[in-house]
Design a binder for this molecule. Structure first.
Ligand code: SAM
Length: 275
């Protein structure tokens, strides 16, 4: 089974069973403009995508990691094995601070750093400060699997034909055509001001971005694209998309330090098609 090679907050692995009933039966090209850990893409790729594949995200380090997994898998695995052998608290913080120092890593070293930090940091939480510097503390994993060779090689295989771009989600508008499928998994509309996590990028994701996304969803609908969008079950989301089909799914809550608040939570999936 092809799986995400990164832990990603909001990862959709746990929802794939419920999503299977919601994907369009057939489509041409596939677009995923908030790729994150890529759970939905890897799942669909395994079932077979026949058209072009365009994956993007505004997180440049993330897209760099995808490109390196696609094109330089052997060098990447060798570097990850080195990180694995040297892993310790001191080593973690030395590697973490590399984006604060005036030295340049090459793209393979950068990807290895991102994957190493992702597998060893607290909760796999990719968090950057306002300068875009990685600032998650170290997690307390006993034996983190830093160089998971089989997962990485399968992901590399699955990515061979994918176009990978970093940038804002609105770029989809330049490429998607009638009959294509666009799956959106944006940072969620916050259930309360503090409840949700939008720190994946230095810019965050606010109401204006949610609104821009709705405009794009509508434009792609007019163009004849199949669109599917995951979001939190909030009044704002339900009201914004009230003219579209809205399905409810049940998710496990991921980011909550209080164990008592980790029970299932409703999320919505917005669709502009029947299937
Ligand atoms: C909820 S996560 C996606 C999770 C993914 N579906 C998975 O299964 O792992 C949201 C993603 O949106 C990206 N993002 C935030 N703002 C963005 C923007 N304006 N344009 C494109 N991507 C953005 C973040 O970097 C993050 O990877």
């Amino acid at each position: 089974m092809t799986k995400p090679f990164l832990k990603w907050v909001g990862g959709k692995q746990q929802l794939l069973n419920q999503y299977d009933q919601l994907f369009p039966k057939t489509f041409d090209s596939y677009f995923e403009p908030f790729i994150g850990g890529g759970a939905v893409f890897f799942h669909l790729q395994q079932k077979g995508i026949t058209g072009n594949i365009r994956l993007s995200d505004s997180n440049e380090e993330l897209i760099n990691a995808y490109r390196v997994v696609r094109g330089h898998i052997d060098e990447l695995i060798a570097m990850l094995k080195f990180h694995q052998e040297n892993h310790s608290k001191g080593y973690y913080y030395r590697i973490r601070e590399l984006d604060r120092l005036p030295i340049k890593l090459n793209h393979i070293e950068r990807a290895a750093r991102t994957l190493y930090l992702n597998k060893t940091c607290y909760n796999g939480l990719y968090r950057v400060n306002s300068k875009g510097q990685f600032n998650s503390p170290m997690g307390s994993y006993k034996n983190p699997n830093i160089a998971n060779e089989s997962v990485l090689r399968q992901a590399s295989e699955a990515l061979q034909d994918a176009f990978l771009m970093s940038g804002d989600f609105s770029g989809v508008l330049n490429w998607a055509m009638r009959g294509d499928f666009v799956y959106f998994d944006p940072p969620y509309d916050p259930i309360s001001d503090t409840a949700n996590y939008t720190g994946y990028t230095a810019n965050g994701f606010d109401d204006k971005d949610q609104f821009r996304l709705w405009v794009l969803f509508r434009d792609l609908t007019n163009r004849g694209c199949y669109c599917m969008l995951s979001n939190a079950d909030t009044e704002l989301v339900r009201d914004t998309y009230k003219h579209f089909r809205i399905e409810t799914v049940q998710a496990r809550r991921a980011v909550n330090s209080k164990a008592g608040k980790r029970g299932p939570i409703n999320e919505v999936v917005i669709l502009n098609y029947d299937n």
